[in-house]
Design a protein around this ligand. Structure first.
Ligand code: NAI
Ligand code: MG
Length: 522
């Protein structure tokens, strides 16, 4: 499926051997990979620090797996604590010397260039995402398109960061200004490797910060590839540093580092909680978190059924269900319950799943064995809890981490499959009668990331959206992102907003300046 020009001796090293601290100083800093979509490209394997690809200090490596074949793609260098130190130093130097003090027009210009380069290489990038994450090329192309748009949007914001003039009478002149925070640590997950890279570095760079970013260990390839584009775009050395490695080592070091002034994290609520604690106990670095969800997707009797079923499908099966805002709790009003459930089952069973690179495939592979195990465990839990399995519930009978779109009905609202984030193509469907009941069910969660509402009645749509406790509400659509619309969580789904103008607030701090005016009479 792909060709490697590297030492075959590395092929058989398992993830477990990482923990044995073995050194492999022989891996090349770039490896040619043939993507299944016919593209050959050069994949960097080093850490990207201070504008260069370098081996990790200890020359440790880890393997990257292709979830569609369960085979190793290649080994890349693994960052450790000492690499974090070097990356932070480089980021601090760039912050002080070039980036935070630059004319914002310059920051905008190079970010525009970066967006153009992402578009130029969009086929390669989509291929890398599908290869490394397992998502269908269809989903990967969606991501890359949004990545380019979002980086371009951030470029546009770069010279629009404004303070205020504050009137307090003629004895003083007051103004406030928004300043960058400093070196930002960014830790991202494996479900949207490149999109999360863009949501993190875009607003940080636009506002004059520098970054040390750790991609997820399961999906480090795209963040390394775009580092070449960061170089080509003319972004100065040290502004962006990418250090692939493990959460408990590199992630932990980022969260506790004294010189890192802000940490932005996307991932599980448990790890987010831990990072917040680490930030509090180290230097009280600012924290933004984008965490888990168990989002309701509500269908009223007056919904357009065909459009709604499409929304239900996109809501839960887009990105193989590995999406924090997945519409994983469907609530259908009693008048259309049977009709919707039947149409939804049919639509889910007609989805093409399998090889992410194959034409027409909507749902690719789950990203890891760990995720497959977790999802199948929840299928068993659902059955044990007495829910009715309407569709799916099993792996495809072939190699690769493929799981059929899975629907449970007749669920109890306090059951684990309704309460807990599964993070896969598994959805529950429940019945309700009244608007008040729908709102109550929707809000009965410790999370609050997103919600969907399907109705033709605008009054009902706006009324219900006002009453839903979630950071994003989609009306007659779902998983429908736009680079200008903020995204983030209520409750245990997180702190802070990404995309749109609101994202900039996470990366600036306000300074108030008050000047006494010494009035002269002559
Ligand atoms: P995770 O939240 O532990 O991993 C996300 C990122 O955090 C990765 O880059 C990881 O290396 C890093 N990390 C892990 N431990 C860390 C630590 N102690 N300090 C600093 N960084 C750390 O999630 P994981 O283990 O990959 O997946 C477990 C479950 O989390 C999934 O089954 C899913 O339910 C949920 N999840 C939710 C995501 C979301 O966007 N809401 C994204 C990824 C996972
Ligand atoms: Mg992978």
């Amino acid at each position: 499926m792909f060709r490697l020009q590297t030492t075959t001796a590395l092929r058989n090293i398992s993830v477990l051997s990482l923990k044995a601290s073995r050194n492999y100083s022989t891996i090349p800093l770039s490896v040619k990979i043939d993507l299944p979509n016919g593209i050959t490209y050069d994949q960097p394997t080093g850490l990207f620090i201070d504008g260069k690809f370098v081996p990790s200090r200890q020359h440790k490596t880890f393997e990257v797996i292709n979830p569609s074949t369960e085979e190793e793609i290649l080994h890349i260098y693994e960052a450790r604590e000492d690499d974090v130190e070097i990356a932070v130093e480089a980021a601090q130097k760039a912050f002080d010397s070039t980036w935070s003090t630059a004319d914002p027009e310059f920051r905008g210009r190079v970010l525009y260039k970066l967006a153009d380069l992402i578009e130029r290489d969009s086929e390669i990038l989509a291929g890398i995402e599908s290869l490394d994450n397992g998502k269908s090329l269809f989903c990967a192309k969606y991501d890359v398109n949004l990545v380019a748009k979002y980086i371009r949007s951030c470029a546009g914001w770069a010279d629009k960061v404004y303070g205020r003039i504050i009137e307090t009478g003629d004895s003083h002149f007051n103004y406030s200004k928004r300043e960058p925070i400093g070196v930002c640590g960014q830790i991202i997950p494996w479900n949207f490797p490149l999109l999360m890279w863009s949501w993190k570095i875009g607003p940080a760079l636009a506002t004059g910060n520098t970054v040390v970013l750790k991609p997820a260990e399961a999906t480090p390839l795209s963040a390394l590839y775009v580092s070449k584009l960061v170089q080509e775009a003319g972004i100065p050395a040290g502004v962006v540093n990418i250090i692939p490695g493990f959460g408990k080592i590199v992630g932990e070091r980022i969260a506790t580092h004294q010189k890192i002034k802000k940490v932005a994290f996307t991932g599980s609520t448990a790890t987010g909680r831990h990072i917040m604690k680490a930030a509090a106990e180290s230097n009280l670095k600012k924290v933004t978190l984008e965490l888990g969800g168990k989002s309701p997707n509500i269908v009223f009797n007056d919904a357009d059924i065909k459009q709604t079923v499409q929304s239900l499908i996109t809501g839960i099966f887009f990105n193989s269900g590995e999406i924090c805002c997945a519409g994983s709790r469907i609530y259908v009003q009693d008048g259309v319950y049977d009709e919707v459930l039947k149409a939804f089952k049919e639509a889910s069973e007609s989805l093409k799943i399998g090889n992410p690179f194959e034409e027409g495939v909507f749902q690719g592979a789950q990203t890891s064995q760990m995720q497959v195990d977790k999802i199948l465990q929840y299928v068993d839990i659902g059955k044990a809890e007495g829910a009715t399995l309407i569709a799916g519930g099993e792996r495809l009978n072939q190699k690769g981490y493929f799981i059929r779109p899975t629907i449970f009905a007749d669920v109890k609202e306090d059951s684990r499959i309704v309460k807990e984030e599964i993070f896969g193509p598994v959805v529950t469907v429940s019945k309700f009668s009244t608007v008040d009941e729908a709102v109550k069910l929707a809000n009965d969660s410790s999370y609050g990331l997103a919600a969907g509402i399907h109705t033709q009645d605008l009054n009902k749509a706006v009324d219900v959206s006002n009453r839903i406790k979630a950071g994003t509400v989609w009306i007659n659509t779902y998983n429908d992102f736009h680079q200008q619309v903020p995204f983030g969580g209520y409750g245990e789904s997180g702190i802070g907003r990404e995309m749109g103008a609101d994202a900039l607030d996470n990366y600036t701090q306000v300074k108030g300046v008050r000047i006494a005016i010494n009035k002269k009479t002559v």
